[in-house]
Design a protein around this ligand. Sequence first.
Ligand code: HEC
Length: 138
Amino acid sequence: MRLSLCSTALLVAQLHLGAPIAALADPQSNYLLHCGGCHLENGEGTLPEVPDLRHDLDWLAQTPEGRSYLTRVPGASQVPLSDEKLADIYNWMFEVFYPPGSNIPPFSGEEISRTRGQPLYDPLRARQALLKGQAKSP
Ligand code: HEC
């Protein structure tokens, strides 16, 4: 059962992406498989429910609180991938969804592992608190 579900997922992914199965481990494929269903292929999401990943990760990723938040949003923290692979997805998004020179500090698997396990029960409230913090900073 497990095997057949897995094979089906691979087949579906292959059909959708037109990518060879060997390439499925790369961050782009992982993004498409695990995040793109909600956040869409280009990251734009479906507002207001699913946020656009092309706008705010640049400032969110500049503070320890914002970086912790990024590792703890449910879609990211619960993805069935290793900390390293989740870090790779974020670093890929920083590169592809943001203009060159955006200077977004990359994640390491080690950094992700420190906060990922602490559930974020109210992501929207956590985000509002981060926004307020940003408004107060010089
Ligand atoms: C089932 C749909 C779904 C999937 C799959 C999903 N997300 Fe999300 N994501 C959401 C929703 C909805 C929110 C808004 C916060 C909340 O309610 O969890 C969100 C919020 C976020 C945010 C916060 C953005 C901001 O501007 O505050 C980030 C970052 C994020 N997701 C990354 C990811 C990553 C990375 C993946 C894949 C590993 C992923 N998400 C998979 C639905 C999803």
